[in-house]
Design a protein around this ligand. Sequence first.
Ligand code: ATP
Ligand code: MG
Length: 423
Amino acid sequence: MTNAIQAIRGMNDLLPETLEIWQWLENIASDTLSLYGYREIRFPLIEKTELFARSIGQATDIVEKEMYTFEDRNGDSLTLRPEGTASCVRAGIEHGLLHNQSQRFWYAGPMFRHERPQKGRYRQFHQIGVETFGMAGPDIDAELIMLTSRLWQAIGLTGDVTLELNTLGTVESRQAHRAVLVDYFNTYRSELDEDSLRRLEKNPLRIFDSKNPRVQEIVQDAPTLMDYLDEISRSHFDGLKAYLDSAGVQYTINPRLVRGLDYYTHTVFEWTTNKLGAQNAICAGGRFDGLVEQLGGKATPAAGFAIGLERLIELLLLAGVPEPNSAPHVYMVLLGDNAQGKGMIMAERLRNSDVRVQCHCGGGSMKSQMKKADISGARVALILGEDEISKNIVGIKFLREDKTQEFVSEADLVSVLTEMFAQ
Ligand code: ATP
Ligand code: MG
């Protein structure tokens, strides 16, 4: 026997049983997004490496060490998408969807980052992302946050997540802050790790995002951007807070929240939970007014967020939300060739009336078929053999209730079962 091949570390199979809760969540998310007028967009899983290098930023974890980059057969450098925003902007520019327009898009699918696999951190993971274009004010920032808040409510998670909010201001206010920040970190130079020293040169604010405990201590006393905001930055942030206050959305201001990508301006936010250990962020986003122009389009304000689905599902399982049940209503036990032919047509009639039917295929004894009926999770087994066929009836065995077997006439079958599964 040869060795069986296994999946790549950090890339997970999602088996049918697990997918029930994924599909339930994805359906609620897409319903919620339509309530606000967002439309789905899909783009390739692979893009030119340059797209991510130019947008995400050289001093970020993603570009420095997490991208899955390879040369294709033509020698072009390509990268598996580590996130969706860059592709969404690229597609929007390419198809003329952004300039002088208001757009609300969403996307969902796998992202790829070469990180150390651990709970809540994978090399292929899934996001639902939202990007808006053409709206510059704090109103749309507030809408994005209200939408996420409604989604948590819809899936029963309200008490388990909290919102952290910050502003990265305008480029001008960041420049004013940068000089003081560099001076501050320089006084701790000998204690900074290699990553932080590199960020000190390229983008010192990114040191705030370090996961190194000693660096985090140093960050605690660093001067924050809050004290260097210009008038535009301050009024945008105040506007956002006012919208959230009137909508009753609670938040805490975290002046050290910066986000892992360089392209953010003004609003940044993160929904976190204290139930998942170190991997505590389930949704992150903000405003990125400079990105469209940076990627070759006409300057267009933009804001969005992305939800990490693996972490959200983990949280849902911990919170004990009701697990969706998509098991068949009915398992058809078919005894003999005649019954197989007749039963499969009967099943089609039931499905026409939205009864979920799994038909036994492959023959076998009553006992072995009843075993499969039980495993299927169906509530009843319908039994069809020579005897039933000769009398034009069908047997109904209850698999989850303490009820004796019944018989119904073939003519009444659809109405009896649709009534049984109406609720
Ligand atoms: P972290 O600080 O945890 O590395 P990040 O800032 O890199 O997160 P984003 O790029 O903002 O994450 O992605 C948005 C969301 O996607 C995160 O809040 C998280 O829920 C999820 N996410 C990011 N990276 C991973 C991963 N490797 N595995 C699983 N989920 C992830
Ligand atoms: Mg990361």
